[in-house]
Design a protein around this ligand. Sequence first.
Ligand SMILES: CC(C)(COP(=O)(O)OP(=O)(O)OC[C@H]1O[C@@H](n2cnc3c(N)ncnc32)[C@H](O)[C@@H]1OP(=O)(O)O)[C@@H](O)C(=O)NCCC(=O)NCCSC(=O)CCCCCCCCCCCCCCC(=O)O
Ligand SMILES: Cc1cc2nc3c(=O)[nH]c(=O)nc-3n(C[C@H](O)[C@H](O)[C@H](O)COP(=O)(O)OP(=O)(O)OC[C@H]3O[C@@H](n4cnc5c(N)ncnc54)[C@H](O)[C@@H]3O)c2cc1C
Length: 661
Amino acid sequence: MNHQIKKDDNPDLIEERSKATFDTDAFGAFIWGGYNNLKRRREIARYYEDHKELHDTVPIAFMTREEKLENAYRKASIFENHIKKACDVNNPEEVRYFNWLVYHIDGHPTSVHSIMGFPTIINQSDKEQQERWLQSGENREYLATYAQTELGTNIKKLETTATYDQKTEEFILNSPTVTSLKWWPGNMGHSHNVAIVMAQLWINNKCYGPHPFFVQIRDPKTHKPLPGITVGDIGPKFGLNTTDNGFLKLDHVFPNGTYVPPVHDKIAYSSMMLVRAIITPLMGENLCIGATIAIRYSAIRRQGEIKPGDGEVQILDYQTQQHRLFPQLARGIAFLLAGRNTYNFCNNVLKDIKNGDVSLLADLHAILCGLKAISSYQAELGLEQCRMACGGHGYSAASGFPLLNSNQFNGVTVEGDNLVLLLQVARYLMKRAKEIRYEIRYGQQPSKPNEIYDYLFDDAPKKCLIDQAYVPNYKNVLESFEYLSKKLTLQAYDKLEQLKQRGRTSEVAWNECSVELCKAARAHIRTFLARTFINEVNQVNGLPLLTVLKDLLQLYLFYEVKECMAGLMEDGYMLGQQLHYVKKNIYEALSKIRPNAVSIVDSFDFTDRELNSVLGRRDGHVYENLLKWAQASPLNKHDVLPFHHKYLGRMMEEARQKSRL
Ligand SMILES: CC(C)(COP(=O)(O)OP(=O)(O)OC[C@H]1O[C@@H](n2cnc3c(N)ncnc32)[C@H](O)[C@@H]1OP(=O)(O)O)[C@@H](O)C(=O)NCCC(=O)NCCSC(=O)CCCCCCCCCCCCCCC(=O)O
Ligand SMILES: Cc1cc2nc3c(=O)[nH]c(=O)nc-3n(C[C@H](O)[C@H](O)[C@H](O)COP(=O)(O)OP(=O)(O)OC[C@H]3O[C@@H](n4cnc5c(N)ncnc54)[C@H](O)[C@@H]3O)c2cc1C
């Protein structure tokens, strides 16, 4: 049953919705982690709808950058009062959802304080520092950005220095070169007044590596930059233009604070883990939003005929359209599920770390790097497919895609460039490979079993078992992914060792293997995503929901096999006939999903505010609202543009006069 049917909706959507073979609320509960969460999302969305002061005055596509910032500042100033009424402020998912509704996708002036600056203070300060900065940070008496990236350098080589002056017992923060300027930190340009500055710590002429420092950059009252601070906005960007990403130069600044050594030398990097954990489900959500817009639009858009004379069909009936859109739906769900799991894992490990237990830090780091890299990359490609699937209207800002996709672009870069992060996964895999080779040679067990990489130690079947069974066997597909991941991991490891034996340094050998190392990393993350999806579906009760989830899982798994078929076939593991079964499974899944497609996207329960798209409107009344949207354009405030006669009008008039001569 589809709970979204309303009698005044577009008839094509009513027809689609009436075909649902499952309960959309049961699906929604599966996606959002239970019925209660679904109910809370609806209550929070209702709260947002009822409070017009939280809405945008005009669509942000029509605003200048200054207007966007002022609009977001205005909302930020009333946000705290509202969030306490709308949400359980101790529930991060409720808080995130309310943020999303109020500010939507283009960033806002308190975001980096919420997701990076303040969490760094929570997780990386001692008791005394917490007493001083925790409550005030929570109350937003100050706003802290996270200033790590520099104009010209990577983390290990950061050039900003924090030198301990033994005489005054103070740290001196300095940007010694132009390349050491902090560049990019979110909200640093104008909104925030504190920066968590990552700087190389120097004590007695010895460097202790990058450490975070709490630096007041603007006067708490006047908001003017403090002495020694040069700060500003870096200018317009592809997306996130409601965020003032900034630059910062420190000229011998003496910040407040003391130095407390961490329990592990990579603890200073833990803030990045938290954001990587947020990014993966966010990528899933973005992709599901794109798929919702494109699938609803494809259900109301009619173009061309399949059977001549039968009339124009919904474009969703074309197999090519399904093949373009449904895999995005399946991937979006896979990212949401894996993201939810690893977010919980991340919070547990961060708690352990606070208690001095860092045993799971490396496992967590590797999986978060890999998921962030794969989910953001595939979501970016997938959203572009969704945009293209909407034809010309997909190119209009009214579709929502220009804002959605341009903001999506940051996903592959923020919190670490994707290739750099895949190489971190590979670094972790190479340690496992060493254990495997070591174990085989010396008959020892790997030090610590772990469900994320245990399969590497199993002897995966040498034979690919993908067949043409009527009910696809997901375990056989998973085993194929495991086989490929193990093969690529060991191949990369063996090549690295051979190069080193031939005299290459570790670093040069690493660079010469880096394309293959990234392939191994991708295969490992593919395996993780597939296993999580299968595990989650296996826990579902209730045949109607299970059936539609299995259709999506079938598509997800076989589409991924097709994506990595070269690796599976190059050594004869998978045969040509099996590839034929894979394709058959994909096409079969597309036609099983087709009648439920609109109901599946309805199940996400996205509000029109979240979709921000005339094409994806829940009621399907697209064409009349496209006209309304266009008429709201500031260009249409005047029948004749105020500068028309000064230029074009004059040009035409002069041309007319000339031709009359
Ligand atoms: C890790 C690096 C790639 C390399 O670091 P090194 O140079 O030290 O490398 P080595 O390879 O020598 O050593 C690695 C070593 O360290 C371990 N390690 C590394 N990182 C970690 C870690 N995080 N945790 C634990 N361990 C770690 C690793 O395992 C190795 O161990 P071994 O030696 O034992 O093998 C490093 O260079 C790196 O991390 N680079 C990436 C840089 C980066 O990520 N920068 C981030 C800057 S901040 C930023 O980008 C902020 C963006 C914010 C944008 C927000 C927009 C999107 C988010 C949306 C959220 C919406 C929610 C809104 C809600 C709201 O508004 O409220
Ligand atoms: C919207 C946005 C918001 C941001 N917010 C913040 C913030 O709040 N705080 C902050 O500190 N930073 C922030 N950043 C910076 C961001 O974290 C960095 O841009 C990101 O980590 C990539 O680093 P880089 O720009 O120095 O790229 P580079 O390191 O210069 O990478 C450029 C290219 O070189 C390749 N490359 C680099 N190193 C290697 C390597 N070791 N091996 C192989 N290939 C390599 C990469 O693949 C990449 O394609 C933000 C960036 C953006 C775009």
